[in-house]
Design a protein around this ligand. Sequence first.
Ligand code: LER
Ligand code: MN
Length: 272
Amino acid sequence: MIKVKKSVSLSLFKADKNAPVLFSGNIEENIPYIKEIGYDGVDLFVLDPKEEVSRKAITLLKANGLGVGVVMPAAMAKAGLFLGDMDKDIREEIIKRMKEIIVYASQVNAMVSLGLVRGSVKRNDTAEALLERFADSSEKLIPYAEKYDVKLVVEPINRYEINTLNASIEAYDFIQKCGLPLYLMLDTFHMNIEDVSIEDSLIKCQALIQHIHFVDSNRLAPGMGHMDMVKIYEVLKQIRYNGYLCLEALALPDGKTCAEKGIEFFNKIGLA
Ligand code: LER
Ligand code: MN
């Protein structure tokens, strides 16, 4: 029997209005609410694991019986820190901070995302060189991730946000080529922009898929856009995916409405 869990994105800090974050801050109210409407867990956007709010979030999530799929370090990219950066000092700084994120993720049995933190190619750089530095930085994190039993998941992200590893297959081939124990987190919003066929990508990448950001064409709850989310779910069942389906969605018209629409969809497909 495959066991798929439902989750939403939750940020521990005030997220940008255009960030795919359904719930932002106010964790005393938001965490019990997420549980109450029927979710099993969250993807957690963290700023600094040492902050009081980061510790408090773990306590509240555990008290409410919610799991964490992936800890999202996107704030580091916002701060200009990239694992593939040309500047060695920047790479060393982000590796140090990623180690703290890995320890934090281990406390909630979560994985850690390698998404925007890999960085974009600048004018005097090449994609090959950037990906080599990204692989090198990832390799430095692997012993740490293994020690704490935390998986690192590479997320292909669309071309309007980053210019490396946009399509699912590119990220899959990158992982195969570098030979590191890295995994994939696929996001249906990015797949809809970059992949030739979402269904074919899921089948081709199945051996490495550990996590799914499950949103519709407009980055809202499944059913709120024009993608065939039922068909995508059928393929996930076919490949025996048994991780989280996370609504890493925009808070439109507001976070609660969008999260509730997600539950309506999950009820419809018998995943209540
Ligand atoms: C993060 O999971 C993501 O999908 C990116 O678009 C960053 O916002
Ligand atoms: Mn995503």
